[in-house]
Design a protein around this ligand. Structure first.
Ligand SMILES: Nc1nc2c(ncn2[C@@H]2O[C@H](COP(=O)(O)OP(=O)(O)OP(=O)(O)O)[C@@H](O)[C@H]2O)c(=O)[nH]1
Ligand SMILES: [Mg+2]
Ligand SMILES: [Zn+2]
Length: 355
């Protein structure tokens, strides 16, 4: 049996499967629809509503992954190379340089914000960096327009930090604008909804599915924060074709290793930098600095520029830590522990020394 195209299987995955030797003695690749404490639920066909529950044991899987299950149907044997993944840095203390993959093999990342809360530009900027780095196409969804008091000012403020990105204004309750999201799934694409708790991700998912598949929960009166109603990421078939990934609301938007995500999320600022007189302009007090000029003229919000500088520094720190780890791993492989340490000390010291 060949893998189910309606489940999102494409030629790209087929190539990676071939490279694994297309282990034909084994089961057909399936797609991870949910993960619960070391167990994955794997769908083998698009209408496989129960799925097969298998152990992860050592397999680094995320919802959306294509996997090969062992011949006994008990555990995941291979994870097929991802075409995209929304990844943040795990926020566990002491174990800092660890990636946390929220969803894999996605075509569009919808970053959801509610129009009922004060606009959080800094959060959206970070989310956009991760979304651009995921390899999927980012889009912004501003929801709860039916109950927002002053939607247009919130829309303007958030749109200002999302240049080059489509911004949809919707209501998960009335359904206004939601079809535009569903339309993106119709060709079989996989869409992920990501954002803080309580912004209305599951409400949108339920509207698109036409049934109350996901539980939704009231937000706190004062600050509109959610109560983490969704606790496990789910991959769900859209009736008109394609897939939705609903995710639990996440607090910390910590950067993981970035490709060109920062440049793409801040394309407006980078194009200003191209106009600075000096190529090595630090955008501080240099003459002919286009960034400072734009700030003075009110064309660039100084807090957006400060935010960019913070993100660049954060990314450099993640990269440095990652390089340290690779160096240590390499030293171990060659049986050359550093003088007076076995590698772990250096790691722990550096992890503790950061921020
Ligand atoms: N009026 C209105 N209420 C909404 C809308 N979307 C969500 N809500 C309400 O906002 C609350 C939170 O919605 P959820 O869909 O549970 O939010 P979520 O983003 O899935 O939250 P987590 O699962 O905790 O991450 C619920 O009480 C919803 O009924 C909307 O478009 N309009
Ligand atoms: Mg939810
Ligand atoms: Zn400059």
């Amino acid at each position: 049996m060949s893998p189910d195209r309606l489940l999102g299987w494409t030629d790209r995955f087929a190539e990676s499967w071939q490279q694994l030797g297309a282990p034909s003695a084994h089961d057909t690749p399936g797609r991870v629809a949910r993960i619960d404490r070391g167990w994955s639920t794997v769908m083998r066909t698009h209408d496989d509503s129960d799925g097969l529950r298998v152990r992860n044991i050592g397999a680094d899987v995320a919802v959306g992954d294509w996997v090969v299950v062992d011949a006994d149907g008990e555990r995941i044997e291979h994870v097929i190379e991802r075409t995209s993944a929304f990844t943040r840095r795990a926020s566990h203390e002491g174990d800092r340089a660890v990636p946390d993959v929220l969803a894999a093999n996605i075509d569009v990342v919808f970053l959801v914000h509610a129009l009922t809360a004060p606009p959080n530009q800094r959060r959206l900027e970070r989310e956009l960096v991760l979304a651009f780095d995921s390899g999927a196409a980012p889009a912004v969804v501003l929801t709860k327009v039916d109950v927002a008091e002053d939607p247009s000012s919130v829309v303007d403020e958030l749109t200002a930090v999302a240049p080059d990105v489509p911004v949809l204004v919707v209501s998960g309750v009335t359904g206004e604008g939601v079809d535009e999201i569903g339309r993106r799934a119709a060709d079989g694409s996989t869409l992920a909804l990501l954002g803080a708790s309580g912004v209305g991700k599951s409400t949108i998912v339920n509207f698109l599915l036409g049934r109350d598949e996901m539980a939704t929960g009231a937000v706190r009166d004062g600050d509109q924060r959610g109560r983490h109603t969704t606790v496990a990421t789910r991959l769900l078939p859209v009736p008109g074709g394609g897939w939705l990934i609903d995710t639990p609301g996440f607090r910390a938007v910590s950067l993981w290793l970035s490709g060109r995500g920062i440049e793409r999320a801040f394309s407006d600022v980078f194009s200003l930098m191209d106009d600075c007189r000096f190529r090595d302009c630090k955008h501080d007090r240099e003459p002919g600095c286009a960034v400072r000029a734009a700030i003075s003229a009110g064309a660039l919000d100084p807090s957006r520029f400060a935010s960019l500088e913070r993100l660049v520094a954060e990314e450099a720190a993640v990269e440095a830590e990652q390089e340290r780890r690779l160096r240590i791993a390499d030293r171990r492989r060659h049986g050359r522990p550093g003088p007076g340490d076995d590698g772990d000390d250096e790691l722990d010291a550096s992890a503790a020394g950061e921020d």
